[in-house]
Ligand binder design. Structure first.
Ligand code: HEM
Length: 180
């Protein structure tokens, strides 16, 4: 009887894991902001920020933190899913309306892909990044203060070179989840 209960429990956990289709469960994100057709969910986990971004596109979905003006100096991470495989890039706002890879600027890749999916025209990318990396191109997060968040997604093409189809800016407090 006892063995049977354990089996049922394990089977239940397996079915739940497969059904969720993602490495981190929704419940793993403490906060979320929704803007038109894009959402940003996050969790501060020790010295790491775990991010889930999702948008109505078959192309890229992207996030940028703390620009000085427009897109300039923001710490960007963009991702897309091509042939079922997710790819992310770690970028820096090298101009008011452009971004360049941290690596190309002699920096380092500090964003780590967790999971990605493209389903019914919606792309979802999950990744983690340090709150304070050693790369000078990355933002140093102050989780108790304001964090300016740029959210954008591209057209239905798996290319990071395309401009956004939609973009917006929100201000959040990463610790409390307050947003404006
Ligand atoms: C190749 C990629 C990109 C190109 C060519 C591009 C280009 C531009 C251009 C020309 C503008 C000014 C005109 C306009 O508002 O449309 C702009 C503004 C903006 N972009 Fe991008 N962008 C790119 C990627 C991104 C990404 C990845 C994000 C965010 C994750 C983003 C967020 C924004 C925001 C929030 C603004 C408005 C800034 C403001 O007026 O304060 N962009 N971009």
């Amino acid at each position: 009887m006892k063995v049977k209960s354990v089996f049922i429990l394990l089977a239940g956990v397996c079915i739940f894991s497969i059904g969720s289709g993602s490495a981190l469960f929704a419940a793993d994100y403490d906060n979320e902001v929704q803007a038109k057709k894009i959402s940003f969910a996050w969790k501060v986990d020790g010295d790491t920020l775990a991010v889930k971004m999702s948008a109505q596109t078959k192309g890229w979905v992207g996030i940028g933190f703390n620009p000085s003006k427009k897109m300039k100096d923001a710490d960007f991470v963009l991702g897309y899913v091509k042939d079922g495989k997710a790819k992310i890039i770690d970028e820096f706002g090298s101009g008011m309306t452009k971004h360049t890879s941290d690596k190309k600027l002699d920096g380092t890749v500090d964003a780590t892909l967790v999971a990605g999916s493209e389903k019914d025209g919606v792309t979802t990318i999950e990744f983690t990044m340090p709150l304070k990396s050693a790369d000078k191109h990355d933002t140093v997060f102050d989780i108790d203060g304001d964090t300016v968040v740029l959210l954008a997604y591209g057209p239905d093409r798996d290319s990071f070179k395309t401009k956004h189809k939609y973009r917006t800016t929100v201000k959040v407090n990463l610790a409390t989840g307050a947003s404006e």
